[in-house]
Ligand binder design. Structure first.
Ligand SMILES: NC(=O)C1=CN([C@@H]2O[C@H](COP(=O)(O)OP(=O)(O)OC[C@H]3O[C@@H](n4cnc5c(N)ncnc54)[C@H](O)[C@@H]3O)[C@@H](O)[C@H]2O)C=CC1
Ligand SMILES: O=C(O)C(=O)Cc1ccc(O)cc1
Length: 369
């Protein structure tokens, strides 16, 4: 497609979408604006955008597509500002915010001016932020939720999907309130729980210095999302507060019922509690991308000798397989084997790495389930 695309907010998501659009629509011109000028300059320098706009009005004036990829509370102000501009009457305006009800409600100001707004949420990302973390394959196979209102013509939704084709994401249309309920359950609420486990652990460690040492490895893994941007999550929680307050009440009931089982020493029901959780979790899709980014980790049993890490990374480098993280699980001093945990960007890279290590060495590998 030809046309002018204006991206407001050149961070992880805005930058990644700009890269996806550029890849698919070579003739499109991508203009970017960021409240932090250095982000916009960096985006231009990295080739993520073609032009920098000095302000929103300048970039928006002749745009065919406007993508707002700023934090959700900033998005409200940007929508207000856009609704005061004279825009191309055919323009499609979309956003990438993690919440939808409030944003779509505020976008009524655009509708009143005759402009098309279609709420959007690419459900992939990471705890990193900023344009330097942007990647063109970030949304590959991820769900991309759209929340078009009833009055939006289907051709406009199709046009938006065509612009976003390079994401290779799976588009689903839902209402804004369904969106906020679904993401509340599978993304926003788990972030609260992860942060609360970390905070409780920190508090308890004040009286027990061994806690932080033992809370390494697996504890870090299960609470990884507590390292996400506090700024972004503050806004998401405030936007989706009603859904989240309800989920917190339900969680309290859940905890109370576990507490009763413990008080009663009800071994049968405690067993069933874990058994049911295991059954449901084991049945969840392993290879599909969900609301929270998966680990693409490969565990390699390696002899504990100097040089083993460079040996393995050397095999992977020869095959051009890039890794995002590598660490060794702490081994006991008397053990001769350790476990190397290597993280990849995609499932495909993990599979290629597993094959490569099997061909080049006799080290055993496994993946988490
Ligand atoms: N990080 C993630 O994994 C995901 C985030 N989202 C949503 O996408 C949006 C963007 O998130 P990220 O790219 O991760 O954040 P980010 O922090 O990487 O980028 C946001 C950018 O917006 C800029 N910005 C802030 N206020 C602005 C304003 N008034 N005008 C212009 N630019 C402004 C910031 O300077 C920053 O460069 C958020 O609404 C977030 O909820 C959606 C899916 C995944
Ligand atoms: O890395 C994390 O914390 C994530 O869970 C990524 C993420 C953040 C916000 C979204 O709306 C969707 C995905």
């Amino acid at each position: 497609m030809k046309g002018r695309v204006f991206v407001i907010g050149l961070g992880l998501i805005g930058g990644s979408l700009a890269l996806c659009i550029k890849k698919e629509h070579k003739e499109a011109i991508i203009i970017g604006y960021d409240i932090h000028q250095e982000q916009a300059r960096l985006a231009k320098m990295l080739g993520v955008i073609d032009e920098v706009a000095d302000h929103i009005a300048e970039g928006a004036a002749s745009a065919d597509l406007i993508i707002i990829s700023a934090p959700v509370i900033e998005t409200e102000a940007i929508i207000h500002l856009l609704s005061e501009q004279l825009l191309n009457p055919e323009v499609i305006i979309t956003d990438t915010g993690s919440t939808k009800s409030k944003i779509v409600e505020i976008a009524a100001t655009l509708r009143k001016r005759g402009y098309t707004f279609i709420g959007g949420h690419p459900m992939a990302g990471s705890h990193k932020s900023g344009v330097s973390a942007a990647k063109e394959f970030l949304f590959e196979n991820a769900f991309y939720l759209l929340t078009p209102e009833d009055h939006i013509e289907n051709s406009k939704v199709e046009q938006l999907k065509s612009w976003l084709k390079g994401t290779n994401a799976k588009f689903l249309s839902v209402t804004p309130s369904t969106h906020d309920y679904l993401t509340g359950v599978v993304s926003h609420f788990p972030h609260i729980i992860a942060a609360s486990i970390v905070r409780q652990t920190e508090r308890l460690s004040e009286d027990e210095s061994l806690i932080p040492r033992l809370a390494a490895g697996g504890f870090r893994d299960i609470t990884r999302i507590a390292s996400s941007s506090p700024e972004m999550w503050k806004d998401i929680l405030l936007h989706n507060r009603e859904v989240l307050i309800d989920l917190i009440d339900k969680w309290k009931e859940e905890m109370d019922s576990v507490k009763v089982l413990l008080e009663q020493e009800n071994s049968g029901e405690i067993f069933r509690y874990f058994q049911q959780a295991k059954q449901y979790r084991d049945g969840l899709p392993v290879r599909e991308k969900g609301a929270i980014p998966s680990f693409y980790d490969l565990y390699v049993d390696v002899p504990d000798y100097p040089g083993v890490i460079s040996e393995i990374t050397g095999y992977l480098a020869k095959e051009n397989i890039s890794i995002t993280n590598i660490r060794i699980l702490e081994t006991r001093e008397d053990e001769i084997y350790g476990v190397l945990v290597i993280s990849f960007q995609t499932e495909e890279d993990r599979q290629r790495a597993e094959k490569c290590i099997h061909i080049c060495s006799s080290y055993a590998t496994s993946i988490g389930t």
